[in-house]
Design a protein around this ligand. Structure first.
Ligand code: GAP
Length: 516
């Protein structure tokens, strides 16, 4: 199936099965804003817990906070967001659509890269095992010419971004004959900077109202509380502060479902270190965070690091962890060595010292910071797109059937087990209900007695329930039930009395955390 089709199916699956709905849908929705449904919220809570526990529970020197969304407006002047949190935008005069100039260029480069890949795939199919990709890349004329085009655009683009040269960004679009995907024309406006922060007014009287921003990142709530936490918790550098919370950005190109939203949640951790040791800690956190992703079991080959080419003025190293989404490798998490920029800026703008007294060195300094920053919604999209599978299966009568299954890691699945009486009589429903009543304190359980057992299994597969417990006539005789495994569809008989222990072992987040 084409990856685009797969993505469309995933979006409608999320809606049909109560994972994600468009916001205020009865009014035709609100662009790039989404609501989580009854299963979506459970999955999101579980991802959040996996992240939180991996930071706060497993590390004695990392603590959590929950700062307010509204912050004093000077915060955003100090952080640089008022002056520099911009995207370069360009409009097409014919379609009246607005685009990010950098995205148009990056997508153009990706299209050429796809052409290169097509040539490689064709040659691989032709030559089989004897195919040598490196040699092919360095000798095939078409690939060489496409690659030199990529290199040329890339060099111009990097320079323009570094120098903030908006005229040159436009010129690259013109020179490469990049057209508007809607109108198909090259009738472009100038490129302008567009600030991504949402603002509103706080206060009741017109005179007294002040302009405040909806935070575009959670990190600043951590920086301004750095000394509060350090002093009240008697923390010693190196130490970290973790936070999960909403962030808001007026994205110009908001699309690809949960990938780029206007209201989203971030999970950020700022790790305060002694100046001069930051690059060691940067490497440490890169490795730690990659391990966190790999423990989910979606395959090492689907992740990669991508070093930032254009470092923000305050960073001395930065990279992304990218996951292979249905629409290509894209960022899920950023790891940034932010130097002492933020604390220093807050010290200047607030006039309050943001220094730490180091008892070992007997001196005060502003710590350097390593930041790990991951989008909760983007991680949700990553997990659900990795988990979504369509499979052909054989029914009991030998005919073929299709099933959609969410192969979610058991510990993240919204519903851990469904208890199903084989038929709705002979006392089976009562036993099933009793099992649910007994296990509901430990796990998110469902009871279902409608439709055939096959259809009920399909429904549970579609929401990703890892275990289905079936109560049948044998249960009446020997107090055993069958447990059906979602991924293999195999079944085994187990005693009712052993269910809690068997399931607990399989669905605990502990099994993930132990791998870190
Ligand atoms: N404090 C650093 C910071 O905010 P960022 O790279 O702008 O860095 C970090 O954002 C992460 O937040 C990204 O890797 C992504 O997972 C998530 N994120 C950023 N913008 C987003 C958006 N519009 N929608 C969903 N997630 C977003």
């Amino acid at each position: 199936m084409a990856l685009e089709d797969l993505f469309k199916k995933l979006v409608s699956h999320c809606k049909e099965y109560g994972y994600v709905f468009p916001s205020s849908e009865i009014y035709d929705g609100l662009s790039a804003v989404y609501d989580y449904g009854q299963y979506g919220v459970e999955l999101k809570n579980n991802i959040r817990k996996y992240w939180w526990d991996s930071m706060v529970l497993l590390n004695r020197n990392i603590v959590g906070i929950d700062a307010a969304i509204f912050m004093h407006p000077t915060t955003w002047k100090a952080s640089g967001h008022v002056d520099a949190f911009n995207d370069p935008l360009i409009d097409n005069r014919d379609s009246k659509k607005r685009y990010r100039a950098d995205t148009l260029i990056e997508e153009h480069i990706e299209k050429i890269e796809e052409k290169v890949q097509k040539e490689i795939d064709k040659a691989r199919a032709k030559f089989g095992d004897a195919f040598d990709e490196a040699k092919f890349r360095s000798t095939n004329q078409r690939v060489l010419s496409l690659q030199s085009k990529i290199d040329e655009i890339h060099a111009r683009y990097s320079r323009a971004m570094k120098e903030n040269n908006l005229a040159e960004l436009r010129q690259i679009i013109i020179d490469n004959e990049i057209v508007c995907p809607i109108s198909g024309t090259r009738n472009w406006t100038e490129v302008r900077q567009f600030n991504l922060m949402f603002s509103t007014e706080m206060g009741s009287t017109a005179d007294g109202a002040i302009k405040v921003y909806l935070r575009p990142e959670t990190a600043q709530g951590i920086f301004v509380n750095f000394l509060n936490v350090q002093k009240s918790g008697r923390m010693k550098v190196p130490f970290g502060i973790a936070q999960v919370g909403k962030a808001f950005r007026n994205e110009i190109v908001a699309r690809q479902f949960l990938f780029r939203m206007r209201e989203f949640e971030q999970m950020e951790m700022q790790y305060f270190v002694t100046p001069g040791t930051e690059l060691e800690w940067y490497e440490y956190w890169k490795e730690k965070r990659m391990k966190w992703h790999l423990a989910l079991g979606f395959g090492k080959e689907n992740y990669r690091f991508h070093d930032h080419e254009k470092l923000a003025h305050y960073a001395n190293a930065a990279c992304d962890i990218e996951y292979k989404f249905p629409f290509g490798f894209k960022e899920v998490e950023g790891i940034h060595s932010r130097t002492d920029f933020d604390l220093k800026q807050h010290q200047i703008y607030s006039g309050k010292k943001m220094q730490y007294f180091d008892p070992d060195k007997n001196e005060s300094y502003i710590p350097y910071v390593i930041e790990t920053s991951i989008g909760l919604d983007r991680m949700f999209l990553h997990i659900i797109s990795a988990a979504y599978h369509e499979e052909e299966i054989e029914k009991e009568d030998g005919t073929k059937d299709m099933r959609v299954v969410l192969r979610l890691p058991s510990c993240l699945a919204p519903v851990k087990l469904a208890v199903l009486p084989l038929i709705r009589k002979d006392g089976l429903p009562e036993i099933a209900e009793k099992i649910v009543e007994d296990l509901k304190f430990d796990f998110n359980c469902q009871y279902d007695d409608k439709d055939s057992i096959g259809r009920r299994y399909r429904r549970q597969d579609a929401i990703g329930t890892p275990y289905c417990i079936t109560v049948d006539h044998q249960t009446l005789e020997d107090q055993t039930v069958t447990i059906r495994y979602r991924d293999s569809m195999e079944q085994e008989r187990v005693p009712v009395a052993g269910l809690r222990e068997i399931i607990a072992e399989k669905v605990s987040i502990r099994s993930l955390l132990k791998q870190l």
